[in-house]
Design a protein around this ligand. Sequence first.
Ligand code: HEC
Length: 149
Amino acid sequence: MKKIIMAGLMVTVFMIASSFAEEISYTANIKSIFDQKCIQCHGADAPEYKEFKKDKKKYIGLNKGPRMDSYTYLLYFVGWPDTGALMRRLDDGNNTKNGKPGNMYVNLGDTEAERQGNLEIFKKWVGNWSLNRWSVAKKEEIEGMKVTY
Ligand code: HEC
């Protein structure tokens, strides 16, 4: 009997521990990946999205994308108005229309294992990994986004 209780207890402890491990947040997980893999082109010296759109050629020539270096900035490319942009660009090809990876997937790591690992973290953070734009996204898709701070 004691053994069974002990085993049950251990399973419970394990489940609690792993559910904590599953909780992905911007501050604990995403920011450090972003600072390693994305900030050189999407940091404080990168333009606001609207500014970027005005003069795309110039900024691409400078290897600068739109600025995304904070929680608030980054959400612009997840939820609204650039709904699904982060997901379309980071997807490995499993959810894209043409089956090709988004063009930022390559930046997720130096090896396929690293890219897959970091993609998994982004997916868990977003929660509902939908590549849809605002014009076609359903309300439930937006509501399903976790994006914990
Ligand atoms: C070497 C520079 C570079 C790195 C590193 C980089 N990006 Fe980009 N990114 C760009 C440029 C330039 C663009 C704009 C051109 C384009 O749309 O492809 C862009 C576009 C984007 C867009 C689309 C924005 C829009 O117009 O909707 C997203 C989302 C994005 N990047 C996310 C990321 C993430 C996340 C990382 C890190 C994993 C990352 N990028 C790493 C240069 C970079």
